[in-house]
Every structure is written in C-alpha cells, then in structure tokens.
Design a protein around this ligand. Structure first.
Ligand code: PGA
Length: 234
C-alpha cells in the first residue's frame, strides 16, 4: 500500500472537490488517498479519501486573526495537515523551529502531520542537500513522539518546475531520511516523495526503496491527472 497525497495549494472550488471525491469512489486501489485542500473546502464527506489541511497555527485559540488551529481542523473531520511545505518556508519564513511547534500542535489534536523537508537550488549547488535534509528531519520533529507522522521529501527546486531529481538522488535522500527517522525511534514512518510527480513518473518513483508514496501538487487537481497516479502502483 502506498500513500498518495494531493496538495491543492491555493486552487480549486468546493464543486471541484466534490467532483474529485465522486471520481475517486470507483477507483480500484488499496492505496491511501489524502487530499490536502484549502481550509474553506474542509468538512465535506470525503468518501474513500481523507481530507487534510495545508498549514496549522502553532496556537490553540485566541487573538490570532486569520490563523486556524489544529483543534479547528480536527473539528472539520480532517485527519491530516501538511506542515513546513516549502512555500510556507519561502513566503512565510517558516523555520524548522516553527515547523516543530506546528507538528506538536497537530499531534495534540489527533491530526497526522505530513512534514516537508528539502533543499533549495542554492543549497543543492553548495553541496548541502544531505545536511539540509537531515537537519530538517531532526529539527522539525518534536522529541519522544508516540503518534503517527508522515515525512515528505520535496526538493524545493523541483516543485512545480517539471524537474525531478535522478533515481540515485531520490534513493540517497530517502535512505538518509529513513536512517535519521530510525535513529530517532521513528522507523516505519512513511516517507513520501514530492515535486513534479505525474502519471508518467509516479510508478518509477514509487519503486525506489524507502519511497512509500507521493505528495502531488499540480497533477492532483483533476481526476484525469490524479487517478492514473493512484492506479500506477498496487
Ligand atoms: P508539484 O508540487 O507536484 O506541482 O511540483 C508538489 C508540492 O508542492 O507538494
């Protein structure tokens, strides 16, 4: 079983999500399907898919205009939340420290965080890929957690760019993440790959060791693009 998660970013409508949910009903798969959608679309009956948010506040409630807390996300019936996506890190200056607080908030209300780590092109060129990935994993995950989490490796230079790392690069990154998680007592944590996943590369990427699924941006918006990714692997 693989985890196939969609990240709609700031796209879509409630009608579009209902269409996706009904299109997913008849798909022949045992893979776990997660749709991380804008807050405004949470709360729908999601059928065989699970819904998730794309960010969460570090705070539980109070005078934080515009923020949405983990308890509020859980109250909609959503089960997942993406934390530390590269666009949050880039446009909202989220650091590993902030991400770790958000992960704690999510876990305390029963949400499973999908924690994103990955290097920028600048970091890649400077030969820092492994360092950034390892510190991302170590610093974005609180100590001594006993609940499920998901980690996503998203090379930031490849997101939305139609670029993907080589099989060797993905293998190296996922092996490092698996080893780091195991040294933290978190072996068995699913590790997703994300960035420019599409129908034509999904099966090959998911055949790489330690790739337990994918986090899909652009190609998760339409059933015709997303369903072939889901059915590309058993
Ligand atoms: P992409 O986005 O599939 O459009 O590259 C992936 C992501 O940002 O999660």
């Amino acid at each position: 079983m693989k985890v196939i998660a969609g990240n709609w970013k700031m796209n879509g409508t409630t009608t579009g999500l209902k269409d996706m949910i009904s299109a997913l009903q008849n798909v022949d798969t045992e893979n776990k399907i997660i749709l991380c959608v804008p807050y405004t679309m949470l709360g729908l009956d999601s059928g065989r898919a699970f819904l998730g948010a794309q960010d969460v506040s570090t705070h539980d409630h109070g005078a934080y205009t515009g923020e949405v807390s983990a308890s509020m996300i859980a109250d909609t019936g959503a089960k997942y939340v993406i934390v530390g996506h590269s666009e949050r890190r880039q446009y909202h200056s989220e650091t590993n420290d902030v991400v770790r607080q958000k992960v704690s908030a999510a876990l305390s209300f029963g949400l499973t965080p999908i924690i994103c780590v990955g290097e920028t092109m600048e970091e890649k060129r400077a030969g820092k890929t492994m360092e950034i990935i390892e510190s991302g994993v170590r610093e974005s995950i609180p100590n001594d957690i006993d609940k499920d989490i998901i980690v996503a490796y998203e090379p930031r230079w490849a997101i939305g760019a139609g670029l993907t790392p080589t099989t060797e690069e993905i293998t190296e990154a996922h092996t490092l993440i698996a080893n780091t998680l195991s040294s933290m007592g978190l072996s068995g944590t699913p590790i997703l790959y994300g960035a420019s996943v599409k129908d034509s590369n999904a099966a090959e990427i998911m055949s790489i060791p330690n790739v337990d699924g994918v986090l899909v941006g652009g190609a998760s918006l339409k059933p015709d693009d997303f369903i072939p990714i889901i059915t590309s692997v058993k």
